[in-house]
Design a protein. Sequence first.
Lengths: 237, 187
Amino acid sequence: MDDLEFRRTVFADPKHLDDEIKQAAQADIGKKRFIDDMQNLENNIEQCMKVDVPEDLASRIILRQSLEEHKREQKSKMTWYMATAASVAFAIGIGFSQLSTSPEFTNINQLAMQHVYDDAMYHASLDLDVPLNEVNAKLAGYGAEFTDSIGHIYSANYCQMQAIRALHLVVDGQQGQVNIFVMPKADLKLDWQHIADGKMQSKASRLEVVDVIYVAPKQENIQQVQSHIENKLKWRT
Amino acid sequence: MKIFSRNKSDNMSVLSDMREKQRQYEALVSAYHKDLYRYAYWLIQDQHIAEDVVQETFLRAWKSLDSLVDAKAAKSWLITILRRENARRFERKQFDMSEFDEPNILDKSANVESDTEQYWLNKQINRLPLEYREPLVLQVVAGFSGEEIANLLELNKNTVMTRLFRARNMLKEALDNNSTLERSANG
C-alpha cells in the first residue's frame, strides 16, 4: 500500500482501520503518528458534532403527533379505531369545549367532575394498562415526571380543560377508579375548593410546576391518594 | 349477544393494535430523535429549521409506520424521510436566496462558546461543502458505514469514501494552517 492510499484510507474512516493499515502503521513510526493525529482530530469532530439537542424534543414530537391525530379525528367520523389513535382526547375535548362555554362552572373541581361524569361510559370499558414510561413521556411536556410506579394506569391521554391542555390519567384507588388531571399552572378565575356530591368528590393541588385535580369516589380517602401521587411526582429541570 | 361480544373483542384488538403502534412510535422517537436532530442541524445549519424538519419527519413516519417492516432499518428509513422533507422545504422556498447566505448557526449555537477550539472546528465543519459535510455527518453522528451512506445518498461507495477523505483532508489542512498562524502570531 503506497503512502497516498494509506492516507486516503485512514482519512475516510479513522475509527475503523483494517489489519493492513494497522500493520503498515506498526512498521512505520511516521504512519503511526499520522493515525494518532487523525484519531485525535476525529475525537474533536465527534465532540463538535454532538450538538445539544433541544430539551424535551422527544416529548414535543410525541405531543405533536397526538395533536395531529386529534385534528384528523375531527375531520372523519369517530370510530373505535380512530378513538384510540387520538386517544380519549377527542371525546374529552368535546366534553370540555361544551362545558367551558357554559358559565355555571365557578369551581374548577366542578368542571373536572362533570367531565368525569360525561366520560364515565367511555372509561368504564377502557383499560390500556399504560406503562409508566409512556406516562412520563407525556408528562415531560408539563415539566414533570413520576419517579416510581403509581399503580395500575387504565389510560393516559391529553384532554382540553377550558383553554388548557391537561393530561388525564385514570388510576386505581381503594374504592374505584381515580381520575387525575395534570395541567400547566392555570390563571383561571375559578374556585379551587374541594367539592363533593352523592357519588364523587374532587380536590385540586396547586403545586410548584403544575396544577393537579383529583376526582375520586366519595368514599375514597382523597388526601391519601394525593400524597401517594405527589410523593412520586418530581420536576424535570 | 354473541354478535355483541364479538364486536367487543374486535374493538379490543383494534385498541391493542393502535396501542402497539403508539408504543412502537414512541420507542422510535426516543431512540432516534437525537441522531436525527444532529443530522438535520449539520445539514440545514439552522437549529430552528432543523427542529421543524425533525418534527415533520416523525409526523410523516407516524403516518407510514406500517411500511417499516425491518426494525434494524429504522434509522436509515428515518434519514431518508428527513432528506425528502428537507428537499420539500427547498421546493417550497425555491425563490428564497437565504440558502446562499453565510450560515447563521454559529451565532445562535448556545453550546459553542466563541474563541474556543470547538468553536473554530464548528466553523470549519460548517464551511465544508454540503456534498462533503453530509457523508461526514452520517458517518460520525449516525454511525453509518460507507456502504450504508452510499445507499442513502444514492452514490457509489468509492465516491462516498473519496468525499469522506476530502472532508477530513480539508479540516486537517485548515487545522494545520490555523496552528501555523497561531505560531506566527505568538512568535
